[in-house]
Design a protein around this ligand. Structure first.
Ligand code: NAP
Length: 279
């Protein structure tokens, strides 16, 4: 069993590897969460939009650990960002998860049709009401992050964004560090595309690790970075957290980062903000 070290950010202590659960649902979803807990995971990422909060809650209970031992993140969907809607969405998530509070509540995507001030005030209110121990954002550009930090009366602890070796996120990472936030990498494996990359395969062979492990190590070896790989496979779930017993050289880190390319972004729906360019 591997335990991930904690990333400290604006008062939160977040395990550096969490289980991503998008597209995991029902009994399979619950089972994946239970396997993850058995493998040592103490961090699970879900969202109201994933339709799997019941399954994630069931998996946590089946994992047989104390509630306080696991860090649970959920998210409010972009249609629910108006004051009132945000609180209702959070309460519904807690009912589905069967939890009194989540460890982290995120705005899932910015929504330019809803004033950010009201959303951030509602998010801070949910924290003060005790429904979320920490709050943060996802898919926020540098400009949006700066605006959110300026509006928030409670600390924001993470910005969850797409990040993998094919996508340069230097500007957003720098903005997170400037304000003391962690950066949570979603699609950390580039949805499995990274495993067939020759440079990564070569580095993996040298360390006796798999390509996925090398990429996850590349994430967590960057200061303030957390990764949430998704897997529904018991062996790969365990593989993805076993990344704390080796270190990549500075040269290997640079070679992996240099795989970034202008068309590397995989997730950009029509309602996405105007993304920052590469650093
Ligand atoms: P990902 O974690 O980069 O990749 C998942 C894919 O990689 C799955 O097909 C999985 O297949 C495969 N995989 C996992 N471990 C592997 C390994 N060791 N070797 C080879 N293949 C492996 O992509 P993602 O699921 O899109 O992103 C991760 C999580 O981030 C999501 O589940 C979700 O929680 C979060 N997310 C958030 C947002 C947002 O807007 N905030 C957007 C997207 C995702 P198997 O299941 O078969 O192992």
């Amino acid at each position: 069993m591997t335990k991930a070290p904690l990333v400290h950010a604006n008062g939160a202590a977040i395990p550096a590897i969490g289980l991503g659960t998008w597209r995991l649902a029902g009994d399979d979803g619950a089972q994946a969460v239970r396997w993850a807990i058995e493998a040592g995971y103490r961090h699970v990422d879900t969202a109201a939009m994933y339709g799997n909060e019941e399954a994630v809650g069931a998996g946590i209970r089946a994992g047989g650990i104390d509630r306080d031992e696991i860090f649970v993140t959920t998210k409010v969907w972009a249609d629910d960002l108006a004051p009132g809607d945000l609180e209702r969405s959070t309460e519904a998530s807690l009912r589905r998860l069967r939890l009194d509070a989540v460890d982290l509540l995120l705005i899932h995507w910015p929504n330019s049709a809803v004033p950010l001030r009201g959303t951030i005030e509602a998010l801070c209110g949910v924290k003060r009401a005790g429904l979320a121990r920490h709050i943060g954002v996802a898919n926020f550009t540098v400009a949006l992050l700066e605006e959110a930090v300026g509006l928030a009366s409670e600390p924001l602890v993470t910005n969850q964004c797409e990040y993998h070796p094919f996508l340069n996120q230097g500007r957003v990472l720098a903005a997170c560090r400037r304000h003391g936030l962690s950066f949570t990498s979603y699609c950390p494996l580039g949805r499995a595309t990274v495993v067939s990359e020759p440079v990564i395969a070569e580095i993996a062979a040298r360390h006796g690790k798999t390509p996925a492990q090398v990429v996850l190590r590349w994430h967590v070896q960057q200061p303030g970075v957390i990764a949430i790989p998704k897997s529904g496979n018991r062996q790969r779930i365990a593989e993805n957290i076993a990344v704390f017993d080796f270190t990549l050289t500075d040269d290997a880190m640079r070679r992996i980062s240099s795989l970034a390319r202008p068309d590397g972004r995989m997730i950009s729906p029509s309602f996405a903000p105007a993304w920052d360019t590469a650093a």
